[in-house]
Design a binder for this molecule. Structure first.
Ligand code: MBD
Ligand code: FE
Length: 289
């Protein structure tokens, strides 16, 4: 009986028994994923000699994450982020595309603050409606093109979101109007988009829940470098989820969620002759078919 402990304790025989307990109606992919998950979780527990108290502390943390989560707060995702799992999954997803002769713009993780219902706004308009006193306005603009041919992509959608200078996204902050610092822009005939936004500032991920506790246990800080999130989509092309990082920001080397990649840092340049913005950011995006 595979479920019986040996003199060595419950070893591989037991793990195989648990995996083989899955019935015939489990799909092949589900069987692959769950078999590996059970295998690794068992190996992990054996490797560290996991104690009952330690296991229960982990269970408490998962339950705490569940209790804290709602449509404005995704603590389970944040727990994954601080151990690098969302970045790893992002890398696995985009690895193939990045090997192309002419690769698309690099991807980066979605993070927990995207909203599906952000409004479409006019090119040249703004996403900063509650510009804080310490906020610096930037004009962000660029072109969306085909990575392979360089052809401009009209009617592409550029969905952007960012935190305010107080470190809060609009849905976390009652002092920001609904959908402040977010919006979707549709590229013109030349594939161009443009809008006013804030020059982003470094930002602490929510620190009062289990992800914060995990960071404390690991003796790490909660900061992310200054970033703007983007999802760029065009018909017939692969959707791109990414983030851009201010090259002068703190925390580029020690992002609390490990999202910074080469090629995603950008330079804000002084903008002359525009009363509405002090900084200029030109950012072009290449999509893969
Ligand atoms: C963020 O703002 C973010 O962008 C990510 C990836 C994780 C936590 C908070
Ligand atoms: Fe973010």
């Amino acid at each position: 009986m595979g479920s019986q402990p040996t003199s060595e304790g419950l070893g591989q025989e037991f793990t195989s028994h648990v995996i083989q307990a899955m019935g015939p109606n489990t799909s092949p992919r589900m069987r692959t994923v769950l078999s590996a998950l059970i295998q690794h979780v068992h190996d992990f527990a054996r490797e560290v000699n996991l104690t009952t108290d330690e296991w229960l502390a982990g269970v408490d943390m998962i339950n705490w994450a569940g209790r804290m989560s709602n449509e404005r707060r995704n603590e389970g995702q944040l727990l994954c982020d601080v151990i690098g799992l969302e970045s790893l999954v992002d890398d696995i997803t985009y690895r193939e595309a990045s090997k192309a002769d002419k690769p698309p713009t690099s991807s980066a993780i979605l993070g927990p603050f995207w909203r599906a219902d952000a409004p479409v706004r006019e090119n040249g308009s703004t996403i900063t409606f509650n510009t804080p006193k310490d906020g610096q306005v930037a004009y962000m603009h660029g072109q969306v093109t085909c990575a392979e041919t360089g052809k401009p992509l009209a009617n592409a959608s550029v969905d952007v979101w960012q935190a305010s200078t107080n470190g809060l996204y609009e849905q976390q902050d009652p002092d920001q109007i609904d959908c402040n610092l977010r919006g979707k822009f549709i590229t013109d005939a030349e594939g161009r988009y443009s809008f006013y936004c804030l020059r982003p500032t470094p930002y602490p991920i929510p620190f009062d829940g289990p992800a914060g506790k995990l960071l404390k246990l690991m003796d790490r800080h909660e900061y992310r470098p200054a970033h703007i999130h983007l999802i760029v989509e065009a018909e017939g092309y692969g959707s791109l989820t990414t983030q851009i990082f201010d090259k002068d920001s703190k925390y580029l080397e020690d992002d609390s969620v490990f999202a910074v990649k080469d090629g995603l840092t950008v330079e804000f340049k002084p903008r002359e002759g525009d009363a509405k913005a002090q900084w200029d950011l030109e950012y072009d995006v290449k999509l893969a078919r």
